[in-house]
Ligand binder design. Structure first.
Ligand SMILES: Cc1cc2nc3c(=O)[nH]c(=O)nc-3n(C[C@H](O)[C@H](O)[C@H](O)COP(=O)(O)O)c2cc1C
Length: 191
């Protein structure tokens, strides 16, 4: 097998998608990717009806075989260390999306993304937000037009009950990542 890239894999606080994202992370680890897990402050600390933060963290660290990056201080070392070939933000919340679109890097995840962009490496976003076609729409548009950003294809997950919501098909993370590493956006972006 060819040597697989070293990937930062950042989870934000869209807790309902953790299970499917972690399944993908596990598959990628089995496929030989070297994964550096990164957790947003909310992802690292919030217990929800979808599970306990500590349990998710244990599972992720077990899959990746290394401790999770959970602070800005730890994330800072990723940039100068040049230890990531790309970063995947999955799930990417509306909040993190908005910060990235606004050039704000005041969280572990947004700062890790900034470190990746500093080295001209690609950023892959798997969004999950119920205001994708409302308050977050402008931010999606801004990042679609921004160099270095690639989107995991996404679509409306429940147009009747959540008419403004959209979610990425996380099963397409590896394909999106491989194309992004070659500077390509996979198509179609909209599902
Ligand atoms: C149970 C639960 C589920 C959530 N699901 C989502 C979601 O799917 N998408 C989203 O954008 N925010 C969601 N949020 C809100 C985010 O966690 C919140 O906006 C947080 O500030 C995001 O910060 P982060 O991106 O740094 O993790 C959820 C919050 C809770 C408590």
């Amino acid at each position: 097998m060819d040597k697989k890239p070293r990937i930062g894999f950042a989870l934000c606080g869209s807790f309902c998608t953790f299970k499917s994202v972690i399944t993908e992370m596990e598959q990628m680890a089995q496929d030989g990717y070297e994964i550096y897990p990164i957790l947003s402050e909310h992802a690292a600390q919030t217990d929800t009806r979808f599970g306990a933060a500590a349990d998710f963290r244990d599972r992720i660290e077990q899959i990746c075989g290394r401790p999770a990056i959970t602070t800005m201080t730890q994330a800072e070392a990723l940039g100068p260390g040049k230890c990531m070939d790309a970063i995947v933000v999955a799930p990417c919340t509306g909040s993190t999306l908005g910060k990235l679109a606004g050039g704000i890097s005041d969280t572990t995840v947004t700062f890790a993304v900034k470190g990746c962009l500093r080295n001209e490496r690609p950023v892959v976003l798997a969004l999950s937000t119920n205001d994708a076609l409302a308050g977050s729409a402008a931010n999606i548009g801004a990042l679609l037009a921004r160099r270095g950003y690639y989107f995991v294809p996404f679509g409306q997950d429940d147009p009747q009950a959540k008419p403004r919501s959209a979610i990425a098909d996380v099963r397409l993370i590896p394909q999106t990542l491989e194309a992004a590493l070659e500077g390509r956006q996979i198509q179609p972006i909209l599902l």
